[in-house]
Design a protein around this ligand. Structure first.
Ligand SMILES: C[S@@+](CC[C@H](N)C(=O)[O-])C[C@H]1O[C@@H](n2cnc3c(N)ncnc32)[C@H](O)[C@@H]1O
Length: 219
């Protein structure tokens, strides 16, 4: 049976309503995102692209704490609410940080090999397999050789508690994907194929919620 997923329009409508409440997910997301950041060599980054930037929380952290002072940032999101929140948050860095709204299509309006970091946190887990493949193909296209890909997503449980949490989560997702923001557990490693050298893969469990972190270098 084909898995029910949110369409791009449904995802936009959900995240337009959800807005700043997205940041309440930090209790399980932060540890995984920090693990991802540790392996992205951000002190050497010059142009960071983020797919599905949400409220701009990670972008603000990047600008304040991780990126060199001349590094640029571009984030995209399908939700107008999220784009407005992210722009507001990044206003102090407006000369270097830009946020654009997209129609949800994975195709990116960027030149080949123009970026050196490509980040997507808790976004691929709400996309169709076809969209995931397209986003990762776009990441490969827009990253220069040696550029780094940083991903974090909900994943399958590894402990008794996290298996139970994921079982409940998956049931809710089957009933109605919008009950869990459209996200379902994903195995990132199986999504990243040829053309990448995986440098770090880890499962991080916080409050019973398992996240997979994957950092890979574009060949
Ligand atoms: C679960 S939130 C995660 C937000 C942020 N990356 C974070 O970690 O807090 C998913 C985000 O992806 C955005 N999104 C969903 N589908 C998208 C698509 N096809 N293209 C771009 N953004 C999308 C949503 O609007 C939302 O902001």
């Amino acid at each position: 049976m084909r898995e029910a997923l949110l369409t791009h329009d449904q995802a936009r409508a959900f995240y337009d309503r959800f807005g700043a409440r997205q940041d309440r997910q930090h209790f399980y997301e932060d540890a995984a995102v920090e693990e991802m950041l540790r392996h992205l060599a951000l002190d050497e980054a010059r142009f960071v692209f983020e797919f599905g930037c949400g409220t701009g929380r990670l972008a603000e952290t990047l600008m304040r704490e991780h990126l060199p002072e001349h590094a640029r940032y571009l984030g995209v999101d399908v939700s107008a609410t999220m784009v407005a929140l992210a722009r507001e948050r990044l206003a102090p860095f407006a000369d270097r940080a830009t946020v654009r709204q997209t129609d949800g299509a994975p195709r990116l309006d960027l030149a080949d090999a123009c970026a050196d970091r490509f980040i997507a946190t808790y976004v691929l887990d709400l996309l169709s397999e076809e969209d995931i493949r397209s986003v990762l193909a776009e990441a490969h296209r827009v990253l220069a050789p040696g550029g780094r890909l940083g991903l974090a997503s909900l994943t399958h449980g590894t402990t008794l508690a996290s298996r139970l949490v994921v079982k409940g989560w998956t049931l809710l997702h089957r009933m109605n994907p919008a009950l869990v923001g459209g996200c379902r557990p994903l195995a990132l490693e199986t999504c990243v194929g040829e053309g990448w050298d995986v440098r770090r893969r880890a499962t991080v469990v916080r409050f019973g919620v398992p996240s997979e972190v994957l950092v890979a270098v574009r060949r």
